[in-house]
Design a protein around this ligand. Sequence first.
Ligand SMILES: [Zn+2]
Length: 63
Amino acid sequence: MSETTRPTPKRPCPICKSTPQTGEFAPFCSSRCRDKDLNRWFNDGYALPGRAADPEEIAREED
Ligand SMILES: [Zn+2]
């Protein structure tokens, strides 16, 4: 094998760019950022007409 594969120890959270204190929610720093990313996906591509999306849940996303 010529490819060197080693685990990256710490990567910044893709949402808030802060360094995660735990790998529990990797690659995010917390469940909050993880949910935020999830909501972004839902808003972006999964909010299809006819799908039973909960508007309240999406609107609860704080900035
Ligand atoms: Zn974060």
